[in-house]
Structure formats: structure tokens, C-alpha cells
Ligand binder design. Structure first.
Ligand SMILES: [Zn+2]
Length: 90
């Protein structure tokens, strides 16, 4: 993804799988780590791509695809698998 020196923390992020300050740091929800590694990778790539833009524009998704060509399949899987893992969301 061309990202270097990016800090990573695992936290409770409420309804989000990941977040970023858009500059030097990404956060991963602890619940994300219950997912299959291929889906954890998707969340990480999703956040790293946000370092070049916070909005989900066509340009943003092109950046995701550059790092993870099969991201659409993984994004769909996350929608299905994400509701089956344990969270504090109730
Ligand atoms: Zn996003």
C-alpha cells in the first residue's frame, strides 16, 4: 500500500471495524480479530487506503483495488461474517 511508519492500535471502535486519523495512524476494532485473516487483511487495507483520502470515492476504491484486487469479494464476506462474531454491540 506504500504506507510506511504507520502506527496501529487495537481498540474498541463501536460500530466500525477500523478507523484512521487519515495521516499516520490506524485503529483496528478488537472484534475484527475474530474474523478470518483474509478479512482482517481487508480491514487493514481499507484503512491504509484511507491514508490517501477519507471518503469512499471511486479514487479511494481504486487505491484499495491496487493493494487488494479481490477486495469486493472480501468486502461481501465481511458483511456476512461480521454479523456472526461476538461484539459488545448488543
Ligand atoms: Zn472506509
Amino acid at each position: 500500500m506504500g504506507a510506511a511508519g504507520v502506527g496501529v492500535a487495537v481498540r474498541d471502535l463501536g460500530y466500525r471495524w477500523g478507523s484512521t486519523n487519515g495521516n499516520t495512524h490506524i485503529n483496528i476494532h478488537w472484534a475484527t480479530l475474530q474474523l478470518a485473516p483474509s478479512l482482517v487483511d481487508y480491514v487493514i487495507v481499507h484503512e491504509l487506503a484511507h491514508l490517501k483520502g477519507l471518503n469512499h470515492t471511486d479514487r479511494y476504491w481504486a487505491e484499495v483495488a491496487r493493494g487488494m484486487p479481490d477486495y469486493e469479494r472480501r468486502r461481501d464476506e465481511l458483511t456476512t461474517a461480521g454479523v456472526k462474531i461476538w461484539t459488545c454491540r448488543g
